[in-house]
Design a protein around this ligand. Structure first.
Ligand code: NAD
Ligand code: UFG
Length: 335
């Protein structure tokens, strides 16, 4: 089976390409390298001993997509390509709508023209907005508070409309919780541009001495220690969820939605503590104001994915920390 992976040079994409190649899928990657480089794919080839067919290009380029679909018999698309910085999406919403929403429309048009109707889409727990309760099940109400989140919600709706118009499509909407960690080899991992927005890369860059101090955004939330609680999931577990989703599409399920999370919530201070225990490094921090838009608690009920996909996250918090630290300490400047 041959899979087209959009955004395959990125953080989650590169880890998923490893899992696909190791399971003997053939892989074609399209990525415009707007938030990545070719280096992760070179390292994916070293890790797996297999070659990756890489096309540098934009998913907004329908002609290029037609060429790819006509040259290769693609069975399914895993669609990671997208911009993902919440704060930036507030500053440049049109860029987010064009890249994420128009990009997905152009991709789906090319898929339809070429008779490829299986797609796995990277959605996000952000579509649950500020959830009324935790753990979160797939039937919770959805909402968005920023253009990034709205782009994910709109794309989910667009994919639902496509399915209503043509039942031959098979679509998996995967709602990721908070991906962290790295491949065991320490060769690929998360390499954010500039100062990280997300907690885990921030902690590891403080530990490696690139950043002086972690700011903990608020300690007065309604959580057990007052700091924000999230469902951190090892990126390799998350990647393996995509393989299960690709398999699921073969059974012609129509449109399906799964939470990909562990079901466990950890606070910011618990994450700092767990990282210190594993790395032996100090992570100095100070408590600052809440970050606008943040919520107190967000963690998944992953039982539907367990039942329907036969998938569950296997890697615990210590393994997430070990693997994040191996990547960061062996690649202090990233790629
Ligand atoms: P990433 O930025 O590392 O990877 C995305 C890749 O897509 C990059 O390599 C980028 O160059 C590429 N890309 C962007 N626009 C493109 C375009 N128009 N054409 C071709 N390539 C393009 O991000 P990631 O963390 O690997 O996230 C992958 C997907 O998962 C994204 O859609 C993201 O919104 C979603 N997601 C991520 C998280 C997270 O916390 N990392 C959480 C929920 C959902
Ligand atoms: N946090 C800090 N200091 C930091 C960074 C984060 O205290 O420097 C705290 C946040 O306040 C929050 C927790 O750490 O309580 C996690 O924050 P992240 O920024 O790592 O993650 P979020 O849950 O805010 O959001 C992430 C992605 C979203 C995605 C969501 C669900 O950024 O795009 O996970 O998948 F939608």
């Amino acid at each position: 089976m041959k899979i087209l992976v959009t955004g395959g040079a990125g953080y989650i994409g590169s880890h998923t390409v490893v899992e696909l190649l190791e399971t003997d899928y053939e892989v074609v990657v399209i990525d415009n390298l707007s938030n990545s480089s070719e280096e992760p794919l070179r390292r994916v080839e070293q890790i797996t001993g297999k070659s990756v067919d890489f096309i540098q290009g934009n998913i907004l380029d329908g002609e290029l997509l037609d060429q790819i679909f006509s040259q290769d018999k693609i069975d399914s698309v895993i669609h990671f390509a997208g911009l993902k910085a919440v704060g930036e999406s507030v500053q440049i919403p049109l860029k987010y709508y064009e890249n994420n929403i128009s990009g997905t429309v152009v991709l789906c048009e090319a898929m339809a023209r070429n008779g490829v109707k299986n797609i796995v889409f990277s959605s996000s727990a952000t579509v649950y907005g500020d959830p009324h309760a935790v753990p979160i099940t797939e039937n919770f109400p959805t909402s968005a508070t920023n253009p990034y989140g709205r782009s994910k919600l709109f794309i989910e709706e667009i994919l639902r409309d496509i399915y209503v118009s043509d039942n031959d499509w098979n679509i998996a909407l995967l709602r990721y919780f908070n991906p962290v960690g790295a491949h065991k080899s320490g060769r690929i991992g998360e390499d954010p541009n500039g100062i990280p927005n997300n907690l885990m890369p921030f902690i590891s860059q403080v530990a490696v001495g690139k950043l002086p101090l972690l700011s903990v955004f608020g300690d007065d939330y309604d959580t057990h220690d007052g700091t924000g609680v999230r469902d951190y999931i090892h990126v390799v577990d998350l990647s393996q969820g995509h393989l299960k989703a690709v398999e699921r599409l073969q059974d012609n399920p129509g449109i399906v939605t799964y939470n990909l999370g562990t079901g466990k919530g950890y606070s910011v201070l618990e994450m700092v503590e767990a990282f210190k225990n594993i790395s032996g490094k100090d992570v100095p921090y100070k408590i600052v104001e809440r970050r606008p838009g943040d919520i107190a608690s967000c963690y998944a009920d992953p039982s539907y994915a367990a039942k329907e996909l036969g998938w569950k996250a296997e890697r615990g918090i210590d393994e997430m920390m070990e693997d994040a630290w191996r990547w960061q300490s062996q690649n202090p400047q990233g790629y």
